[in-house]
Design a protein around this ligand. Structure first.
Ligand code: AMP
Length: 484
């Protein structure tokens, strides 16, 4: 999972400050690396490993100035993290095309072996965006006239949809010609379009989440639809083309964990969805008849849902853990031992909220169970009378092949276990999870009544091209990567 922003300002404008502001607003979507590519007579780039504020310094800004720019933050992945894989990517010849994406190409290996080998294209990185870029650019080069027209960009997007499988929201610029953005045929990854009035006319932006537009001062126009292309040429008139025609299946995990609560995705507020998820889980907990004294969230994502869960149960919501924001994410540590000790460094308990109490601890999700196991242990050390666990997402049991870094099947603590077995495994007195139906109903309640990609919960991969073989290859790859 990653985040992007692309901006196209009026001639002579400089959009670099807005790109930086936007990237900071989506830092949560990726802390591995960041990059910006701007066009001002030629492409200029700065990419690096680390956080946005570490990669870009004052001295880079004048070089990156220009009226067309693309920025990207990269999500932590298991395994190698090399600067050569950092987005955006671009080509200079025979026409300038820059691109960034959020997602995962599921047929990357086949494309490399069949499509690119046959064309003598050697990809320079391990990043699947390069595959999207070359398919798109290759088709653009086949255009009839010299100038690049909207029809050429539509044809290139169509070609991309035909050849590149998986989930990808893409943004980019064609040097001195215009800005484009498209969302894969199922619209799994988010992508939103906005504009800002300036003295010289509108400045346009496309980003992963609405919070980017809010913070950088853009008015939201709308989300791109599944399979839709947005093209803004030198006439500066946004044009939309429906290129793909599959059912829209946006990722539901964005609402659970990934997106910022102050974002709206496809017309639904992430914050409102989390409140509703908490309400539904509170109702489910009531059915257990188990009494609790307090609801405590695992910070940060679970805080919103814990408030409504506590309301439903008629007990206080309390901050039982203080999070040290400066410790890296536990999820990406190379092995379980490292992960477990980091959780302890990251979350410190407030004893008074646990001592002698029946505590219900809420997290957004339980993946391998490392966080939960540690948290239960800490709660007991703090003198809790009973320790109950709740997850406002259903049991995670299938890997995400569309860009969310998730464990391999074997590592999911919920896979193949009953609720009682999970509770024992995590050391808790009782465990509950949201049901898939309640999760979907909660998000539908606060936005349009649509279906979602929820493959990590139910194993139904909307792109229909995921085979057992792919799943086991990924399993092997990830296990290898964690060893290295
Ligand atoms: P685990 O300790 O493996 O059970 O992971 C659960 C924790 O990881 C939860 O507290 C989540 O907030 C967080 N989490 C869930 N999914 C992801 C993800 N894809 N990347 C990073 N963190 C995640």
């Amino acid at each position: 999972m990653c985040g992007f922003i692309s901006i196209f300002g009026p001639a002579g404008s400089d959009v670099i400050q807005d790109v930086l502001t936007g990237l900071l607003a989506i830092q949560h979507r990726g802390q591995d690396a960041a990059g910006i590519v701007s066009f001002n007579e030629k492409f200029q780039a700065k990419k690096g490993l680390g956080l946005v504020r570490e990669v870009f310094q004052e001295k880079h800004l004048s070089r990156l100035s220009g009226s067309m720019s693309v920025g990207h933050v990269r999500y932590p992945t298991v395994g190698q993290n090399e600067v050569g894989d950092v987005q955006p990517f671009w080509i200079d010849f025979p026409l300038g095309v820059a691109m960034a994406h959020n997602g995962n190409v599921t047929n990357f290996h086949e494309l490399k072996k069949d499509y690119f080998a046959g064309r003598n294209v050697r990809l320079a990185s391990n990043c699947d965006l390069e595959a999207v870029l070359y398919v798109f650019a290759d088709r653009l080069m086949l255009r009839k006239g010299d100038a690049v027209t909207a029809e050429d960009v539509v044809a290139a997007t169509h070609e991309t949809f035909e050849r590149v499988k998986g989930a990808y929201s893409v943004v980019g610029i064609i040097a001195g010609v215009g800005m484009y953005a498209f969302r894969d045929p199922f619209g799994i990854k988010p992508c939103i379009f906005g504009r800002k009035q300036t003295d010289a006319g509108y400045q346009y932006a496309v980003a992963s989440e609405s919070v980017v537009l809010d913070v950088a001062g853009y008015e939201i126009v709308r989300d791109l639809k599944a399979g839709e292309l947005l093209w803004i040429g030198m006439d500066r008139k946004p044009q939309f083309f429906q290129v793909g025609n599959k059912p829209h299946r946006p990722c539901i995990f964005e609402y659970i964990y990934f997106a910022r609560p102050d974002s709206f995705l496809d017309g639904a507020s992430v914050y409102a969805a989390r409140l509703e998820l908490g309400t539904k889980l509170g109702e489910q907990w009531k059915q257990t008849g188990i009494e609790v004294d307090v609801v405590i969230p695992v910070p940060e994502s679970a805080r919103t849902a814990a408030q409504t869960m506590a309301e439903v149960l008629g007990v206080p919501y309390r901050e039982g853990f203080v999070k040290n924001r400066y410790v890296g994410r536990t999820f990406i540590m190379p092995n379980d031992k490292a992960r477990q000790s980091t959780i302890r460094h990251k979350l410190n308990p407030i004893r008074v909220e646990f001592e002698g109490k029946r505590v219900l601890i809420l997290d957004d999700s339980i993946v391998r169970g490392n966080t939960s196991r540690q948290i239960v242990k800490i709660a007991r050390q703090m003198g809790a009378a009973k320790v109950y666990l709740a997850s406002y997402s259903p049991p995670l049991v299938n890997p995400c092949l569309y860009g969310i870094d998730m464990s391999t099947k074997r590592e999911f603590v919920a896979r193949g276990r009953t609720m009682a077995e999970i509770a024992t495994e995590l050391g808790a007195d009782h465990v509950i999870y949201q049901t898939i139906e309640d999760m979907v109903a909660a998000v539908q309640k606060v936005g349009p009544n649509r279906q979602f990609c929820k493959a990590c919960f139910d194993g139904n991969y909307p792109t229909g091209d995921i085979t057992e073989r792919m799943l086991s290859d990924i399993e092997t790859d990830r296990l290898e990567a964690t060893k290295s």
